[in-house]
Design a protein around this ligand. Structure first.
Ligand SMILES: *[C@@H]1O[C@H](CO)[C@@H](O)[C@H](O)[C@H]1NC(C)=O
Ligand SMILES: *[C@@H]1O[C@H](CO)[C@@H](O)[C@H](O)[C@H]1NC(C)=O
Ligand SMILES: *[C@@H]1O[C@H](CO)[C@@H](O)[C@H](O)[C@H]1NC(C)=O
Ligand SMILES: *[C@@H]1O[C@H](CO)[C@@H](O)[C@H](O)[C@H]1NC(C)=O
Ligand SMILES: *[C@@H]1O[C@H](CO)[C@@H](O)[C@H](O)[C@H]1NC(C)=O
Length: 328
């Protein structure tokens, strides 16, 4: 035994009652769910469903719409985008919160409302309460709402629209992803209702896409899907590497599939995004004379269920988006 070993043994004997036997070592654990030699990982979890207000009983929908209309009216009156309100389990309006950017950048409407309710009513945990917000909770707020134990969360505009269609900076994530992790904190899932007075809320957010100097603006990086096209493009990252000049490259393989069971698509065209970004190499697709537009290099016809493969190499690690355009 070396000197360190002796010293540790001494420490152990000396402090046996306090330390050695009760020292917790996760690599020797026998009582958790994952055993000593397991790599501990989360179980696979689907995102929580988001209730469409159209599927609610009319009376419930009316209540949610009235409450959403109230925070939208506050938002307009104060000329602020993100406003939240909290209702007690008995349906009483307890407090509101407006994102004014004060005292700091994380003072989102939901956070302000929670703190406001605590100041006004001394509430520390919001079990059974309902929160309304003009815009879907961001990843930070969704986490806060889970910790706060809200029963129901209701929003007007979706995060995906805020970022992809309204060009407002946001963490690109559906709140239902965060909310689906409820099981680490509590036994029951919160109820999510998204898109209450959606058109009004969307109209209030307006668009920042043509206001690139606004502090809220960000150039979206989204995967857009033309729901009226039967063609589906799925991509897989197959390799990424860094060349001698420290430039990163990635290879993506992609499959176009005709999901229609009765429509043959001929000469489809695809638009690539972000605009003006080109792969360093591409096979299976070729450019047309229209900016960002691509056609299939061969077999330009896709029968029902038929697939077509292409691939490309691009600088960086972010895939290009290929959207199916009008079919001929
Ligand atoms: C707190 O909520 C009350 C009641 O809705 C509201 O009158 C007040 O303006 C809110 N305060 C803040 C800081 O948002
Ligand atoms: C597109 O294909 C992927 C992979 O097969 C599938 O997960 C996804 O649901 C499809 N989307 C549509 C709209 O068909
Ligand atoms: C294709 O099938 C869908 C549903 O099965 C149907 O609604 C549609 O009318 C069909 N289209 C054609 C062109 O037959
Ligand atoms: C396409 O695939 C679906 C599901 O895999 C199948 O039910 C359908 O019959 C197929 N249609 C054709 C025309 O092959
Ligand atoms: C979406 O697809 C439909 C059907 O293929 C097509 O008519 C339409 O032009 C497409 N929309 C866009 C914006 O490309």
């Amino acid at each position: 035994m070396n000197k360190l070993g002796l010293f540790l043994t001494f420490l152990c004997l000396f402090g046996i009652a306090l330390a050695c036997e009760s020292d917790y070592n996760p690599n020797l654990v026998t009582i958790g769910e994952c055993k000593a030699n397991d790599v501990a990982h989360w179980r696979e979890t689907d995102s929580l469903p988001v209730v469409n207000p159209a599927d609610l009983p009319a009376a419930d929908r009316t209540v949610h719409e009235e409450r959403m209309a109230y925070i939208l009216s506050l938002a307009r009156a104060q000329n602020k985008k993100f406003v939240a309100s909290i209702y007690s389990p008995a349906g009483e309006l307890l407090c509101v919160g407006i994102n004014t950017g004060s005292p700091n950048i994380i003072s989102h409407g939901e956070i302000v409302a929670i703190n406001n309710c605590t100041t006004l009513h001394g509430i520390k945990s919001f079990t059974g309460h309902t929160l309304y917000t003009t815009g879907e909770p961001c990843a930070m707020c969704a986490s806060a709402l889970l910790w706060a134990d809200f029963k129901t969360i209701v929003w007007g505009t979706f995060n995906s629209d805020l970022l992809c269609k309204i060009c407002m900076s946001n963490i690109p994530m559906d709140s239902s992803y965060i909310f689906s992790r409820y099981y680490g904190l509590r036994p029951t899932a919160p109820v999510l209702i998204g898109g209450v007075l959606r058109a009004d809320a969307d109209a209030w957010f307006g668009t920042y896409c043509n206001r690139p100097t606004s502090i809220y603006y960000i150039k979206p990086q989204c995967a857009c899907q033309n729901t009226s096209s039967p063609l589906n493009v799925t991509q897989t990252l197959v390799n990424t590497w860094i060349d001698g000049n420290q430039v990163q490259y990635s290879q993506f393989n992609a499959v176009i599939r005709n999901n229609a069971n009765n429509v043959t698509v001929t000469n489809p065209t695809f638009k690539s995004l972000p605009s003006g970004v080109n792969p360093t190499q591409i096979w299976g697709l070729q450019k047309t004379s229209v900016a960002d537009q691509w056609v299939l290099s061969w077999n330009p016809m896709l029968t029902p269920n038929q697939t077509f493969s292409f691939g490309y190499i691009i600088q960086g690690a972010t895939e290009l988006t290929f959207n199916a355009e009008a079919q001929h």
